[in-house]
Ligand binder design. Structure first.
Ligand SMILES: *[C@@H]1O[C@H](CO)[C@@H](O)[C@H](O)[C@H]1NC(C)=O
Ligand SMILES: *[C@@H]1O[C@H](CO)[C@@H](O)[C@H](O)[C@H]1NC(C)=O
Length: 494
């Protein structure tokens, strides 16, 4: 979970106190994230998940040969973290009942590919639909987050296909693993955070032949896609976000000013999703310890989750638990039975088998640091037409008034009275119908507002002055190498 936007402040303060990431590279279209001297393979290669028999045996051996748990405190539910009195169920299931052969087949049910972008092999599901007469094809980039994987979307894919049957468009779904997650490569270099990943996915979409596309994101996927909407607004037809947050100065000012009278900036029925701030801060402090570890010492934690599937499962399940329902804290089972065991274990397999636990944590430290903060892009608005959906237990809530400080064309905010942070995973049908309806609403908006989106002259001038100011006033580092993009001198322009 991106979690804890407020913790951003904490992390930045911590960064100011000591971390120095100044050696990290700036935002470039062609930053090389791969090993030096690696030959880049830009072909699009079919990919299948294949679990080695010896890796499966090794996993089962480790699960069965763990030490006895130190018992959790009496009646402590999930308040001290994962409860060892109930946790054994999941370990036993993984070792004894999870059918590796059947699950491998299941995970390979959609066409998958790999291609190298900026030196890293990027894994993605790519579903190209038939395009019947009279329908248009819309490519969609869908991005997962932590502790997720492309598995979050498996059930939703079918629901999306169903929901588009009677529409005048079909959706071409491109669902990549983040760098350092699942079957995408990790980088050996410092600095591959959510802003840098925005460039990787722009390059991926362009590689697949798409200059105009939709985006969908939650958790880290939501931050990466928000960055793409900021950097490449002319490429993005529309944007659906299930963890809408605006990390702008204006939103944070509103948040504190409005604490005196919250209903001045939001409707009364959602006030308690954010106010009193004391509650929000308490809850974030209680649940966001993992965030600070990931953002500061990811590799230390990485050692244990890479060596022990039990440790990996405990660490990831804790995040699944708290982000699914805040009240799971008080549930001895952590609310995990809301998911089917196969769902949760499939997702874990994307971390265990390719050994990506440690590298997945680094997205936090590579994003939440002073260098990124100084780049200032979080504070830049985007005109990309956006629809936000808000589950009742989403980890952080912002009302439309705040979201508009980032997404100036915020067409709708759909407020749900149930569900949690992993919307596609938890309720694929709800997610899919909301997403498809967002696509529909955005297409209608674009049809009616061609001038808004197509008045490139104004649009670009506007954007450019915004960015120029940013570049001039803040730092001189946002430049990109001219190699493939000779006509552009600023990475925020396509
Ligand atoms: C596991 O799944 C495979 C493939 O579906 C099946 O042939 C096999 O019988 C299953 N094994 C068990 C123990 O159920
Ligand atoms: C953030 O953006 C606003 C509005 O564009 C601007 O007034 C403000 O100075 C910016 N803040 C920073 C720190 O650049």
């Amino acid at each position: 979970m991106m979690h804890s936007w407020l913790v951003l402040g904490l992390v930045v303060a911590a960064a100011a106190a000591g971390y120095d990431y100044r050696s990290q590279p700036d935002l470039y279209y062609d930053t090389w994230w791969g090993p030096e001297g690696k030959e880049e393979d830009t072909t699009i290669r079919p990919f299948r998940i294949e679990w080695d028999k010896k890796d499966i045996d090794d996993l089962v051996y480790r699960l069965k040969n763990r030490r006895e748990f130190v018992p959790s405190l009496d009646d402590s539910a999930y308040r001290y973290g994962v409860n060892t009195h109930t946790f054994g169920f999941w370990l036993d299931y993984w070792a004894n009942d999870y059918n590796f052969t059947a699950r491998e087949q299941y995970l390979n049910q959609y066409p998958q590919f790999k291609t190298d972008i900026q030196g890293l092999g990027i894994h993605f599901i790519w579903i190209k639909p038939e395009v019947p007469e009279g329908k248009i094809n819309i490519p969609v980039l869908m991005l997962h987050g932590f502790p997720g994987s492309v598995r979050e979307f498996y059930d939703a894919i079918k629901e999306i296909q169903k929901a588009t049957e009677n529409k005048n468009f079909v959706l071409e779904l491109i669902i990549p693993s983040l760098p350092g997650f699942g079957y995408s490569d990790y980088s050996n270099k410092e600095g591959l955070g959510a802003a840098e990943m925005a460039f990787i996915y722009k390059n991926l979409m362009n590689r697949l032949g798409h200059e105009k596309y939709f985006m969908q994101g939650g958790d880290w996927g939501s931050l990466i896609t928000a960055n793409m909407a900021t950097f490449f607004p002319d490429e993005i037809i529309g944007y659906h976000n299930n963890m809408g947050v605006a990390l702008t100065d204006a939103a944070f000012s509103m948040m504190s000013i409005a604490s005196l009278n919250p209903s001045s900036i939001m409707s009364c029925d959602v006030v308690n999703r954010l106010y009193p701030l004391k509650n929000t801060f308490e809850q974030l402090t209680r649940d966001s310890g993992y965030f600070h570890v990931h953002a500061t010492k990811p590799d230390t934690l990485g050692i244990s989750v890479s060596d022990s599937p039990t440790a990996l499962m405990a660490w990831l399940f804790q995040q699944v638990s708290i982000c699914t329902r805040k009240a799971n804290y008080d549930d001895p089972e952590g609310g995990l039975h809301r998911y089917r065991p196969e769902q949760l274990l499939d997702n874990l397999m994307f971390y265990w088998m390719p050994n990506k636990g440690p590298t997945s944590f680094r997205i936090y430290s590579n994003t939440f640091n002073l260098r990124n903060y100084h780049l200032g892009y979080l504070n830049v608005t985007t005109t990309v037409p956006t629809v936000v959906v808000q589950a009742s237990d989403e980890i952080f809530y912002m009302p439309p008034s705040m979201l508009k400080t980032k997404f100036s064309n915020l067409l709708a905010v759909d407020v749900l009275n149930d569900y949690g942070h992993f919307l596609a995973f938890e309720v694929p049908d709800v997610f899919a119908s909301n997403f498809v309806s967002a696509v529909q609403r955005i297409l209608a908006f674009n049809n009616q507002n061609m001038n808004v989106r197509q008045d490139k002259q104004d649009f670009r001038a506007n954007k450019l002055s915004n960015i120029r100011q940013l570049v001039r006033e803040r730092i001189n580092s946002i430049r990109h190498k001219m190699s493939n993009y000779e006509n552009n001198e600023n990475p925020f322009m396509y």
